[in-house]
Write a protein that binds this ligand. Sequence first.
Ligand code: SF4
Length: 103
Amino acid sequence: MWTQIFRQAAENIKKRTNNGCTECSYRMPCPFGVNIPKNFRIWNDFSMYGNKEKTKQAFFQDMDPSSRGNQCQKCGKCELVCPQSISIRKDLEAAFKELSTLK
Ligand code: SF4
């Protein structure tokens, strides 16, 4: 019974995130300085909780502009090692596009 409840809770949380990034950091460091897990954490947290002020703080004040997703040069190196098979280049672009509109 508990296993089923936990599985359902995990499934519900997963549905509310943009991607399944678990912040494993296997794909770091990015040769161009993109902080991949942090970009996805901010993006996924915003999707789950919708806290605009907290998201703005995390993205615009706490994060160095040189590590944001728009610095991605689309080399593809990170996607070769991502255990979740995330489309990192595409998702970084989507994350930046959405988060940068919050300003
Ligand atoms: S695809 Fe982008 S985020 Fe991934 S390693 Fe290359 S530059 Fe970095």
